[in-house]
Design a protein around this ligand. Structure first.
Ligand SMILES: N[C@@H](CCC(=O)N[C@@H](CS)C(=O)NCC(=O)O)C(=O)O
Length: 208
């Protein structure tokens, strides 16, 4: 059975857990990171020199970087399917959104998440948060436009791009106390994710 190191409230761990649920793949999860520690210890750093979560262990194979973990799991355990199609053009189109989450979406949404969820109310910089919300909305608008006329990020089928972006979307739609610009296609897509048990169990939980 695979082992996933990482606390369940980490967005990057949540993506992996959601994928496992989609594949009915059994796993062992060990809490690590923030209050659980482990990730700064020598044994952990030998597996993951970044000291971050998640880390995947599958027999003698160890892997870090959540999006790489998703690709590994889906290729190793997914079998032929629509989550990550083998066709190079379809796969590259999915990868583009997965990469975009790292290069563009997460850097934009992180200050809002940390500014609200991980900062005590009395210490929050309301003006900075409001400015950061405007910036991340501009990024979400790119996905809103992509979803126009599409059921899922890359068309008719649910893929790992929906998992990666869906996990971050919880941190947009579930964020308390922010003003969200209307994005009808993003909202429709996000609402549709609620039909997926992996999303409900691992992602649609309290932001902490
Ligand atoms: N690009 C990395 C980012 C990993 C990362 O920054 N993880 C955060 C949690 S989302 C972390 O380990 N934070 C330190 C901690 O939890 O102690 C990935 O996608 O795996």
């Amino acid at each position: 059975m695979i082992t996933i190191w990482g606390r369940a409230n980490s967005v990057n761990v949540q993506k992996v857990l959601w994928l496992c649920e989609e594949l009915s793949l059994r796993y062992n999860r060990i809490d690590a990171g923030l209050q659980f520690g482990h990730n700064t210890e020598a044994d952990y750093l030998a597996m993951n020199p970044m000291g971050k979560v998640p880390t995947l262990v599958d027999g003698d194979f160890v892997l870090w970087e959540s999006n790489s973990i998703l690709r590994y799991i889906v290729m190793q355990y997914g079998g032929p399917g629509t989550l990550y199609p083998a066709d190079p053009k379809a796969r590259a189109s999915i990868d583009r959104w997965v990469d975009w989450s790292l290069s563009t979406l997460q850097p934009a949404e992180r200050p809002v998440f940390w500014g609200i969820v991980r900062t005590p109310e009395a210490e929050r910089d309301i003006e900075k948060i409001a400015a950061d919300v405007v910036k991340v909305a501009e990024v979400w608008k790119v996905l809103d436009a992509q979803l126009r006329g599409r059921g899922f990020v890359e068309g008719k089928s649910f893929t790992i791009a929906d998992i990666v972006l869906g996990a971050f979307a919880k941190r947009w739609f579930g964020m308390p106390g922010i003003e969200r610009a209307r994005m009808p296609d993003l909202e429709r897509w996000y609402a549709s994710l609620a039909t997926r048990p992996g999303f409900n169990t691992h992602v649609d939980v309290e932001l902490t």
